[in-house]
Design a protein around this ligand. Sequence first.
Ligand SMILES: NC(=O)c1ccc[n+]([C@@H]2O[C@H](COP(=O)([O-])OP(=O)(O)OC[C@H]3O[C@@H](n4cnc5c(N)ncnc54)[C@H](OP(=O)(O)O)[C@@H]3O)[C@@H](O)[C@H]2O)c1
Length: 306
Amino acid sequence: MSQPEPDRETVLVFGSTGTQGRPVAGLLLDEGYAVRAVTRNPEAAAGLTARGAQVVAADLNDPDAVRAAAQGADRVFLHLPLSFGAPGAAERARAAIDALVAAGVRQIVFSTSGPVPHAPQGIPGLDDRVAVLRHVLDTGVGTVLKPTGFMENFAAPWSAERLAAGELAYPRPPELQVAWVTNDDVAAAALAAMRDPATVGQVFVLAGPEALDGPAAADRLARGLGRSVTYREIDGTEFAEMMTPYLGAETAKAIGSGYDQMPRFQDPMMIPDGGPAAAALGIRLTPLEEWARTRDWDAGGRPRSA
Ligand SMILES: NC(=O)c1ccc[n+]([C@@H]2O[C@H](COP(=O)([O-])OP(=O)(O)OC[C@H]3O[C@@H](n4cnc5c(N)ncnc54)[C@H](OP(=O)(O)O)[C@@H]3O)[C@@H](O)[C@H]2O)c1
């Protein structure tokens, strides 16, 4: 591993091969940071190396590997991958966070990856996130980003093709609203948080600028795609069938049944006001239509800039 230049801060980015971490790593590289990109499969991360990142192998479930990866890093971007929510996941996440602190990092910018309530609700996956959020703040070096639903869900491989063909199929009642936020804005928030030491100890609720029900989201996407899009509510079983070829049957089924268990009324945590966090961090929140224009829908919803 080559050493970063002395005047550049080093940021360890977890999930750097994934939907959330990739834009964070990309933005930090654009801004001149030395990025240490974490993956469990370095050989599959050639794109990050080509962009100038140092690729390091570490599994979040292995605190020794996490500590070694973080040695000498100034800051960390961290989020919990899908495997969290399994038995013991919160303990493993706490151990990983402790390992980062033991390595001496000055800041952990932690994305909760979705809405998190103030207190445990008796739902294992959610309660893990409550416990981990508190643990991050307890370290004294944590900044928490709390996003809503990600616009990138619409560009997931199981959704993009259907969307391009004119259907937004999603396992939620059409009348429920979500203030969708793009991971590009979450990345901008992470960068802003890293630039401002006053953000340590704070929680920032990140939400897109519009609360949209299903048909309104379809309308914004239709404008962005330049073609007609209709919203169709599906159940968790059909959603699981869509995801199975990409995530495997077990993970897809778990996600699908998670949606079936969600209450069928409006969750206020999906439509918070993102304005105060955006103002505090000095970032602009991207509307869904504008985000959709940044994607190539004839190429699976890939970013046009990629
Ligand atoms: N709010 C929303 O709308 C929304 C939507 C989708 C997902 N989520 C949440 O977002 C999280 C997933 O993030 P994502 O969408 O970025 O996932 P993703 O695109 O599937 O990528 C997962 C990333 O996590 C890394 N990873 C997985 N397990 C790991 C481990 N044990 N140790 C170290 N790294 C590990 C993977 O790295 P390698 O494979 O390279 O090792 C990959 O970079 C989950 O918590 C999920 O519930 C939220």
